[in-house]
Design a protein around this ligand. Structure first.
Ligand SMILES: [Zn+2]
Length: 322
């Protein structure tokens, strides 16, 4: 089985164990009220930060290490990937992808963006512990937003044959929900989450601060999320770009994991252009932990500048983005 097939299959399997306390469904409040909430505790697996007045946290779930020269593991052409890695200073010939769902508090809503792999694909299933380390019980999550239906994003929706976030509404694009419902290997997942699923369309406001952004190509319903508070905004890019090296430096490179390669390439190029033009703060769910930073354009093309990295962020915070 190729890695791609395994990735797909993993999306399809249901993992194990979970539970949770309870808490009421969250109501809507104006943005900024989270400023009074108890701060999210930072730790090795929790990167707490702010988006304007909102509290947010990158929650480490696990990591994937893909040998660049193994076409069954890497989605990119081996020779070009090797050059890109070496140029970026990566000496082990390995594509390192992190997995870090994003937690956002917006008023009384506690929103988790993507649910991690749930231990599939050999990952560590650290999300439940990371969430608790951030001071959030699974039952306190009011909304889980799903970017797309691959295993490293939906694997953590269930645990032990039960909903991992028992009080959360599970939100996704209608096309993503259809992909899950028609897949026989996801029948048990479908049965468990059906009462909790609500579909959205691009442009929908999930909370006062969080808006759905269509980023098609990786899958048909692949969605990003823009989180805005005051003059600040952050764009969660899902799997529009997987690698902070390969996807950023060579966005035109065909990625075998993309369902519609031409559209995915257009989406990547558009994101990089807009990111630089608007100085957008970006959240890469698979970029090196914690995945917060900005794109930069140089003479040799685009590069990734992690927040707090050695290179100064390019441009002001994106007040001008539409
Ligand atoms: Zn992914």
């Amino acid at each position: 089985m190729t890695f791609h097939a395994r990735l797909a299959a993993a999306g399809l399997m249901l993992a194990a164990l979970g539970a949770g306390a309870c808490s009421p469904e969250g109501g809507r409040t104006a943005e900024g009220e989270a400023a009074g909430a108890e701060p999210i505790a930072a730790s090795a697996d929790v990167h707490a930060f702010r988006i304007g007045a909102l509290q947010a946290a990158a929650l480490r779930d696990g990591a994937l290490a893909l040998p660049a020269n193994d076409p069954e593991m890497s989605p990119w052409p081996p020779a070009q990937t090797a050059v890109l890695l070496t140029t970026a200073g990566v000496q082990d010939g390995t594509i390192h992808l992190s997995i870090q769902p994003l937690l956002v508090r917006d008023g009384e809503r506690t929103v988790l963006i993507d649910a991690g792999a749930g231990g599939q694909m050999g990952t560590e299933n650290r999300l439940p512990a990371s969430l608790r380390a951030a001071g959030v019980e699974p039952g306190q999550v009011t909304d889980v937003l799903i970017s797309h239906a691959h295993g490293d994003h939906i694997g953590g929706l269930t645990a032990g044959g039960a909903l991992a976030f028992p009080n959360a509404t599970i939100r996704m694009d209608a096309a993503t929900w259809e992909e899950i419902r028609v897949e026989p290997r996801l029948a048990e997942l479908t049965r468990l989450i059906t009462p909790k699923v609500q579909t959205f369309a691009a442009g929908a406001a999930i909370t006062p601060a969080i808006t759905v952004v269509a980023l098609p190509g990786h899958t048909a319903g692949h969605s990003g999320f823009e989180i805005a508070s005051g003059e600040e905004r952050l764009l969660y890019i899902g799997d529009a770009l997987h690698s902070s090296i390969v996807s950023v430096r060579a966005p035109e490179l065909r990625n075998a994991w993309d369902a519609d390669s031409a559209m995915a390439i257009r989406t990547r190029a558009g994101l990089l252009d807009r990111g630089v033009r608007d100085g957008l703060r970006i959240y890469g769910v698979h970029f090196p932990f914690p995945g917060v930073g900005r794109f930069k354009r140089g003479p040799d093309g685009f590069s990734w500048v992690p927040e707090g990295g050695e290179v100064a962020p390019a441009g002001p915070v994106a007040a001008a983005a539409e």
